[in-house]
Design a protein around this ligand. Sequence first.
Ligand SMILES: [Zn+2]
Length: 429
Amino acid sequence: MKVFVQAPTGKPLMPTTPRRARLWLKAKRAWVVCREPFTIQLRFETSAYTQPVTIGVDTGSQTVGLAATANREVVFQAEMRLRSDISGKLTQRRQYRRTRRSRKTRYRGPRWTNRRRKAGWLAPSLRAKAEATVKAVRFLASLLPIRQINVEIGSFDTQKMQNPEVCGVSYQQGQLQGYLVREYLLAKWQRQCAYCQTSGVPLQVEHLIPRSRGGSDRASNLVIACDACNKQKGSSTAEEFGYAEIQAQARVPLKDAAHVSSIKTAVVTSLIQQFGSEHVAVTYGYETRYQRIQVLNLPKSHSNDAISIACEKGELVKAGTSVYQIRCLARGNYQLFNGKHSEHKVWAPKKVHGWKLYERIEVKGQIGYIGGRRVKGAFVINDVLSGKTLIVVTPHKLRRLSRPVQGWMITRFPISQLSGKEGGASSPS
Ligand SMILES: [Zn+2]
């Protein structure tokens, strides 16, 4: 674990050890800015000597991986869960407005000319996700002296594969190249076995016409197959195996290969605007995967992917000891009136029995957050990681750990407590 340090001016310095931070705090040479992640601000001037810190961002639609490396060491790693309630809330607001408009009111002329969408417009649910990702990078930049930001934008780079079907990049030519071809084939065959359409199992690269019978390593001779189909097919061709149509299908190249989702484009554009294009670089999933499996030997998780993105090619880094779990939250309830005709004033207090929503608490040895409150005393406590209900208790059993600030909730977990990977669309590694 590292303690983040700020200069008296607020400028981020290199992180330090808990021991040194403790000594500074005891001697009143520093004060605590933030408990989670633990950040102190010095009361004395030091040489603002910093080493380059690189951030890796693994963008996603549900979970974002974040990591920072400096001096061949992981100094920060986090997984951020994005909000998924935006579109539902907007639907609700739209319905309230609909009922309000159908009431008997004076004539209002149509006002559609001011509803034109600007270039680069994103749907609100996607915009929230892109902005949360950028906000997390800005937050990291307030803790660490950032030199470089790496963002993964797609699974493979089509520019590196010129005409893969015809010219062919041998899928065994170099380790990294193999990962490139694999990602290309996974995208082409929708991440499922070409023969039996199974997905969610480990998939292998398979030759339609086997190597032993003169088949090439071109992408047009390769498919993705599960272990069972691959073994069963053995040294027969796809046609002999009873799948002549797949042989024809394999010759058709993948059209929109360099598919970059709108969230990723928005994240990269915004980061370049805020940090300058010389500090932002893009990477591809096949490089990440190669780095994570072959160089760092880490299990698949969003934060481990982010570490691999932050690293140079082939760079070995010392792993961190804890992962921060960040959950993005709504900042408040702004509803003033409800009811069919907006006739009821919302009287519900912000606090129930002195507790707010999303406060992080400890109860009966478990750590969770408040997901629901009843005046009569049934408090719903949810798990920080999964968001599922842990327990329903009376509020006087709760012990407060922290309140949500800045629109998110941050919890630190030792790596040993987290195993495997939860949620989100992913592929078998
Ligand atoms: Zn199969």
